[in-house]
Design a protein around this ligand. Structure first.
Ligand SMILES: [Zn+2]
Ligand SMILES: [Zn+2]
Length: 341
C-alpha cells in the first residue's frame, strides 16, 4: 500500500509500504479521510519529534475491511468508523484512574503511533468507533478534535447557563463553541480575524470581540453584568490571550490553557492575585476513550456541525501541500482524502 512517510523534518516521501495484517484481536480499516492537525504540522516541521520513519495522521475515518476472530463487538466489514489513533496501554496509573489521555506509554517504543495518512491501518477493536452509515466520513474524521474539546470543557467544569469566553476562533475555538452550546453555556468568542468572528456568530456565539479593536476584558464584563466570564478557554498561542483570559474571568473563574506553545511563556499572574481571586487554572491534553465516544455521538446526532470547517481536501500525493495549507491562517481544517468513501 502507499503512504506519505515522514523520513526527516520537512521530508515526506510517498512510499510503497507493507499493508498491515491484523492479529486476532485487531481490526483492519481502509482509511477514507484524515485531518491535518497541529500535531502533524509540528512533526512535519521538526518542532516535535517521535521517530523516523513515521506515518502521520491521528484524525482518521474509514470503513472496516477485516475483523479479527477474537474481536467481541459486532463490527462487520463495510462499517463506517471513526478511529482513535492514540494508543492507551490500560496498564499504567493514569489509564487505570480514568485519565488515559495522560497514558505514560503512548509513545513508548513498540507502540503503534498515528498512521492515518496511509491507505490501511490495523488497530485494536477499542480504537474503532462505528458511526451511522448516513454520516459523511469527512465529518467522522473530526471525532478526535471534538473529543479534545469535550475533555477541555469538562475539565473546566462548565455547567448549564454559565458564561464561557473562548479566545481564538480557529477550528478548535469553533468546535469548543458548539460543544459548549450543547452543554448549555452562553458563549463569547474573541479573535483578531473578523471573518472567523462572523463564523462564530453564525454557529451560535452570543457575542464576539476583536481584541485588536476593543478591550476584551471590558467587553466581557459589560456583557456579564460586570462580573466577567465564569470560565475561559484559550485556544490561541498569542501571549496576549493569556493576560486577557485572567482579566476577563470573574472571581473564582476557571481558565483552561488548551493551546500548546512553541515557546514557554510564563503565566502573567502573580501568586497573590491567584490566591485572592480563587482562580482555577488548568491545561488539557488529548482525550480519553469516553470523550471520544461522546464526540462520535455529538457528530452523529448533528449537534456539533463541522461541515463549514472543511477548507480543503488533498490527495495522498499532495500531503505536503496539504500540510502547508493547514498551517495557513486562511484555512480551518485540511483533510487528506484517500479517494474512497
Ligand atoms: Zn488533532
Ligand atoms: Zn497507560
Amino acid at each position: 500500500m502507499k503512504a506519505p512517510v515522514l523520513t526527516a523534518p520537512q521530508t515526506l516521501e510517498l512510499q510503497d509500504i507493507e499493508k498491515p495484517s491484523i492479529r486476532d484481536d485487531e481490526v483492519l480499516v481502509k482509511l477514507s479521510y484524515c485531518g491535518i492537525c497541529t500535531l502533524e504540522q509540528r512533526l512535519y516541521t521538526g518542532a516535535m519529534k517521535i521517530f523516523y520513519p513515521l506515518v502521520l495522521g491521528h484524525e482518521a475515518s474509514g470503513r472496516v475491511e477485516e475483523v479479527g476472530s477474537r474481536v467481541l463487538s459486532s463490527l462487520q466489514p463495510g462499517t463506517k468508523v471513526a478511529l482513535d489513533l492514540v494508543t492507551r496501554c490500560n496498564e499504567c496509573y493514569f489509564c487505570r484512574t480514568g485519565n488515559s489521555n495522560l497514558c505514560e506509554n503512548r509513545f513508548k517504543k513498540g507502540q503503534k503511533v498515528l498512521g492515518g495518512f496511509a491507505e490501511y491501518i490495523a488497530v485494536k477493536a477499542t480504537q474503532v468507533f462505528p458511526v451511522p452509515e448516513s454520516l459523511d466520513l469527512k465529518i467522522a474524521a473530526f471525532a478526535e478534535p471534538v473529543a479534545c474539546c469535550i475533555r477541555s470543557l469538562q475539565r473546566l467544569r462548565l455547567t448549564l447557563a454559565e458564561d464561557l469566553l473562548i479566545i481564538g476562533a480557529g477550528p478548535m475555538g469553533l468546535m469548543h463553541l458548539q460543544v459548549a452550546l450543547a452543554m448549555g453555556a452562553r458563549v463569547l468568542v474573541a479573535d483578531v480575524n473578523e471573518k472567523r468572528l462572523q463564523d462564530a456568530l453564525a454557529l451560535g456565539a452570543f457575542g464576539t470581540v476583536n481584541p485588536a479593536k476593543e478591550k476584551l476584558a471590558e467587553v466581557v464584563k459589560e456583557r456579564t453584568e460586570g462580573r466577567g466570564a465564569d470560565a475561559c478557554v484559550v485556544t490561541t498561542a498569542a501571549h496576549s490571550a493569556l493576560k486577557d483570559a485572567f482579566d476577563s474571568v470573574r472571581k473564582g473563574g476557571r481558565i483552561n490553557i488548551y493551546t500548546s506553545y512553541g515557546d514557554a511563556p510564563e503565566l502573567p499572574m502573580d501568586a497573590n492575585t491567584l490566591h485572592r481571586n480563587e482562580y482555577l487554572v488548568t491545561g488539557t491534553e488529548g482525550r480519553t476513550a469516553e470523550d471520544f465516544h461522546k464526540a462520535v455521538r455529538l457528530l452523529s446526532f448533528g449537534i456539533v456541525k463541522v461541515d463549514s470547517l472543511v477548507s480543503k481536501t488533498v490527495s495522498m500525493e499532495k500531503a505536503e501541500e496539504g500540510i502547508q495549507a493547514a498551517m495557513s491562517e486562511e484555512t480551518f481544517r485540511v483533510l487528506l482524502a484517500h479517494g474512497q468513501e
